[in-house]
Design a protein around this ligand. Sequence first.
Ligand code: UD1
Ligand code: MG
Length: 470
Amino acid sequence: FIVRPFLDPIPSLPGLYTSIGFSIFAFMATLHLVPALGPTFVKADLKGRDLLKVYATPIPESLGLVCASVYILALILFIPFAFSDSLSMGSTQTPEGIFVSEFPHSRLSVYLSSLLSLLMATILGFLDDVFDIRWRHKLPIPIIASIPLLMVYFAEGGNTHIVVPLPLRFLLGSLVNLGPLYYLYMSLLSTFATNSINILAGINGSEVSQALIIAISVILNDLLYLPWPIGFHLPVHLLGSKAEVEFGGVWSAGMAYGSKELVERHLFSLYFMLPLVAVCSGFMYHNWYPARAFPGDTLCYVTGMAFAVVGIQAHFSKTLLLFFLPQIFNFVLSCPQLFGLVPCPRHRVPRYVLHHHLTLSLSDRMDGWTRFDADTNLLHPSKAILMKPPSKLAATVLRILSILKLVDLTVHPSGVILETTNLTILNFFLVRLGPMNEKRLVQVLMCCQIGGSVLAFSVRYGLAGLVYDG
Ligand code: UD1
Ligand code: MG
């Protein structure tokens, strides 16, 4: 680190301090409201059985609605503070005598369209909790919910170019305009972000811990772009990476591109991520093993949409995707089950019983039901039963996955595949690392998420220099 004092005046960031204050309130509100409202949710039949416990006490479900409400309320109350620097702006008179306000309307529309998308995600998630919407119906909804975001991105003159990696430049040139394809990519990003957390779920603390770690990673990334009182110089230049990697170097280095705009975008991202970290940490306290509240699909959808919103509006969607490495792995692994190639039971969460599961009724086994193993308290990978011999394609896919040690197959002596472990990252951990208890499994998941973020930062700021020039 080279510490270098700033030469330029440092802009003050009052909005940021207010946002931190709001986040502290949001944390305390969630911490208090989740247990206080739990019984009300149970009364409204919003409850679920903890699949991996002996007790059948109903656990209040979709408490993500409380998180989403506190989160969105905090964001709404924060609006005047986000624009506090512009409130005193007057208007100018054009030569024709018309008064034009100097207020940054484009920033306001970015903020408001983001709120709209978050509200839509909340409604969708809650409807899913109440009605269990089918996969094919719920997949396209976030795409529609992202239209306001994309329109604002367009109105802002959003960039649809991508920088071509060095090895491909001789073919494509240094910049390629993806045009409408870029909008397609961004709308798919919102579907991916909302659903990918939901399908990596089912053990206490899994959903909320993923959201929490991704949000903290986004915050760390945003902090790199703020004008700090002292400039830190990260030695990533060794790999030829961009100068923007400098802590606080944004304002002082006098860089060629709109550095003030860059700071504003990352401030916007912080305004959305700080309260998210707050509600997630407050909720995590109650969702941690043994869970006293379940997030429901509402939390998965709202957090996912919040990430899509900041990734798109603050223009770092590719960096954001890097923070989703475990979710990408889980999604790709899940594809054969999600798209019907391999049977997909209602629940794919790991289970307890290893040897005795034949004692369960067939319909319970098909549903992925489990029974507590009081002797060991260890979880094993859950299995999908193949009721009829798999198609050639499915058998090939399963065999390849098995060679890659991603699944364990039960094969009849005749060679027909009878069962496969469910295609999720949680079962994969158990296949590779052996049985472990629920708390340990969620800790492994969290370590994997943190490891993914560390890798993401090194790829973004280290390796990027090898394939892109500065
Ligand atoms: C997704 C998964 C499913 C997984 C489920 C668990 C896919 C395609 N779907 O379905 O495999 O089983 O999430 O959330 O991957 N639950 C617990 N402990 C927890 C959290 C949830 O036992 O810590 C159980 C409760 O019974 C709860 C239910 O899971 O009622 C919630 O399931 P839901 O969110 O409705 O399932 P999906 O999102 O449809
Ligand atoms: Mg769910």
